[in-house]
Design a protein around this ligand. Structure first.
Ligand code: SF4
Ligand code: SF4
Length: 224
């Protein structure tokens, strides 16, 4: 049964969406270029062109036990990540072809839905339009909440350009995540909270201290 969520982040409007839970952030290379290339190959995969999939999977995934669904790709006129076999895209529900099946695909909500409060979700929607940065915020929700706190502190009483500061923080974090080995997307709150010390500035962990300092300094440089 679905847990109640206030704001659904998967595709909140026609400007942005996410498909991190479909596995694309399990690629070892999660740079914008790599993720875009994988999603851009969605149509050939959909039509069962084996080379379109096996070539992409030749590099090791971050987590051998996490599925990379072949049916994720660019939807919405080619600009938004999503499910190519979703009924709203394909005209009929093809998600039974996937490992998870339609029922699980439909019912799943990632940790961001439960770890971000309504205010943080509204800030995400207000300031992050680009789909890649939007996905990074969803992959690491408490990292994003920490960034919001840093922007708020640096802005003080002044308004400042919050969108530019958040953009810079998310871009910096995307590079940091890409440099790390191992999984960066977790499917449950408990797994996320068990592992986020590895990758999230929101964890306050020693291993992310230098990264926190870098983001903090860059935010201050923009908003001071
Ligand atoms: S990762 Fe979260 S926001 Fe993104 S599609 Fe999955 S459930 Fe929705
Ligand atoms: S079938 Fe399910 S896992 Fe695959 S892309 Fe669609 S929603 Fe994601």
């Amino acid at each position: 049964m679905k847990q109640a969520v206030d704001i659904i982040l998967c595709r909140p409007d026609d400007r942005r969406s996410c498909c991190a839970c479909c596995g694309v952030f399990n690629l070892r290379d999660i740079s914008r270029e790599s993720v875009s290339a994988f999603l851009g190959n969605g149509a050939p995969r959909l039509h069962g062109v084996p080379a379109a999939y096996s070539g992409e999977l030749s590099s090791r995934p971050r987590d051998e036990f996490t599925h990379l669904c072949p049916f994720q790709g660019f939807t919405g006129g080619g600009s938004l990540p999503g499910c190519l076999v979703h009924p709203s895209v394909a005209g009929e529900d093809g998600r039974e072809r996937s490992l998870y099946g339609a029922e699980i695909c439909e019912a799943f909500f990632c940790p961001a839905h439960f770890l971000l409060d309504a205010r943080a979700k509204r800030m995400l929607l207000a300031h992050v339009v680009d789909w890649y940065r939007y996905s990074i915020a969803i992959v690491d929700p408490l990292g994003f909440a920490w960034m919001l706190g840093e922007v708020r502190k640096a802005a003080g009483d002044g308004a400042g350009d919050w969108a530019a500061a958040i953009t810079m923080a998310l871009e910096t974090h995307a590079e940091f995540l890409n440099d790390l080995d191992g999984p960066v997307f977790e499917y449950s709150e408990s797994e996320y909270l068990l592992n986020y010390h590895r990758f999230s500035p929101g964890s306050g962990s020693p291993s992310t201290e230098k990264h926190r300092r870098t983001i903090r300094e860059r935010i201050s440089g923009l908003l001071a």
